[in-house]
Design a protein around this ligand. Structure first.
Ligand code: F3S
Length: 384
């Protein structure tokens, strides 16, 4: 592959993997079964990114393993009034090249919904929220790859053998006990605190033992505000996929997360947006929000944004239609972090710790964390 026998695209992809592998001290390559490629939104990669992806496609690059892709910068349903589709033609060019290479056009950050990994499987994923879920919930093995590295892994079927592919690096060193006073609806805030406060991989005790939005939300936030790619969860992370060598014990109290929590603004003229779906909603998450809207809605148009995988618009069309009829704005295959919102809001209220982190930094908007139920109640005007 490296010598060019399989063409320019494969040779270039292999060169990237070999160079990075050498830089991080990898002794060999390892086969992967699933690549997930982030960095496919025109808003974030711009025209140079578009050209590079186009070059790989035109040079014959094709997926050698199951490959999925992250959200783009447009709402693929075409109905959202909150996401701007200004870069539609550029995004479609990127999408055409990615599809031409055989990547599944799922446009979502929840690749485990399409192919749940098995414990011990080697992956090359480049979406930090998905990476931490793959390692911590499924017990699979992937580093936090850059988008180009995941693309290179797809075209070759390999990645470099280092980091979390090796047992010796899958070690939890901090025992983290969670205050039962922290309600699951606030685990987005808890994840932000973990990312900011804990440097080594933790083993978390006292968290709910289910793979649901609460845990995904917490892990995604820890990956965003910190550098985490593995947070072992007692009773959830498959036991033989990590070791615990505890050096430090930490108790996280309710007061530690207060700074992230939503405080209703005093001014009644403030423009406030409710946002749910970061990481993208799974079908059960969407159903839950629709139930909340049935109970507290309808919501005024333009006040509540929900983001879902691209195919949900057709696959779960009844739920999507109902949410829209109850006033929600649904954007498919994108999110406000990788796209350009049409309007600026004074404040965003969300359960998502990851969107708290990025929206406050990128869009310089005030953001506060509340549970899904409180977000829906607030935008429906029945809060408190
Ligand atoms: Fe997904 Fe966008 Fe959040 S890509 S994890 S919804 S920032």
């Amino acid at each position: 592959m490296l010598s060019g026998e399989y063409g320019w695209a494969v040779a270039k992809a292999m060169e990237i993997l070999v160079r990075v592998g050498e830089a991080v001290g990898a002794d060999s390559l390892i086969e992967v079964v699933h690549a997930h490629v982030a960095g496919v939104s025109f808003s974030t990669i711009g025209k140079h990114g578009l050209e590079l992806i186009g070059e790989f496609y035109k040079a014959g690059g094709r997926a050698r393993v199951f490959t999925t892709i992250n959200p783009g910068c447009i709402d693929y349903s075409g109905f959202s009034r909150l996401i701007d589709n200004a870069y539609e033609s550029e995004q479609r060019l990127i999408d055409a090249a990615l599809e031409g290479m055989g990547f599944r056009p799922v446009h979502t950050c929840v690749p485990y919904y399409y192919r749940p990994p098995s414990p011990g499987e080697h992956l090359a994923w480049s979406e930090s929220s998905a990476v931490i879920i793959a390692n911590s919930v499924y017990g699979a093995r992937t580093n936090r790859e850059g988008g180009l590295l995941a693309l290179a892994a797809s075209l070759t079927g390999y990645t470099y053998r280092a980091g979390l592919h090796l047992d010796e690096n899958r070690v939890a060193r901090v025992l983290l006990k969670i205050d039962p006073e922290i309600r699951p609806g606030y685990y987005g805030a808890l994840g932000l605190w973990i990312g900011e406060s804990i440097r080594k991989a933790p083993l978390v005790t006292g968290a709910p033992k289910t793979m649901d939005y609460v845990l995904r939300n917490m892990l995604a936030a820890a990956a965003a505000s910190g550098n985490h790619a593995l947070v072992a969860l007692e009773g959830v992370t498959p036991p033989r996929t990590f070791k615990a060598e505890i050096e430090e014990r930490v108790f996280v109290e309710k007061g530690d997360i207060e700074k992230y929590v939503f405080n209703p603004p005093k001014s009644t003229s403030s423009e406030i947006l409710g946002y749910l779906g970061c990481p993208h909603m799974l079908p059960e998450d969407l159903l839950y929000v629709v139930k909340l809207l049935r109970k507290y809605g309808p919501v005024k148009r333009g006040k509540l944004l929900l983001t879902v995988p691209r195919e949900f618009i057709t696959k779960y069309s009844a739920l999507v239609r109902e949410a829209a009829a109850l006033g929600a704005d649904i954007a498919a295959g994108t999110c406000p972090v990788v796209s350009t919102p049409r309007r600026k809001f004074d404040y965003i209220i969300t359960s998502s710790g990851k969107s708290y982190f990025y929206l406050s930094k990128i869009h310089r908007t005030r953001v506060g964390i509340a549970s899904d139920e409180e977000v829906v109640k607030y935008v429906c005007g029945v809060y408190g």
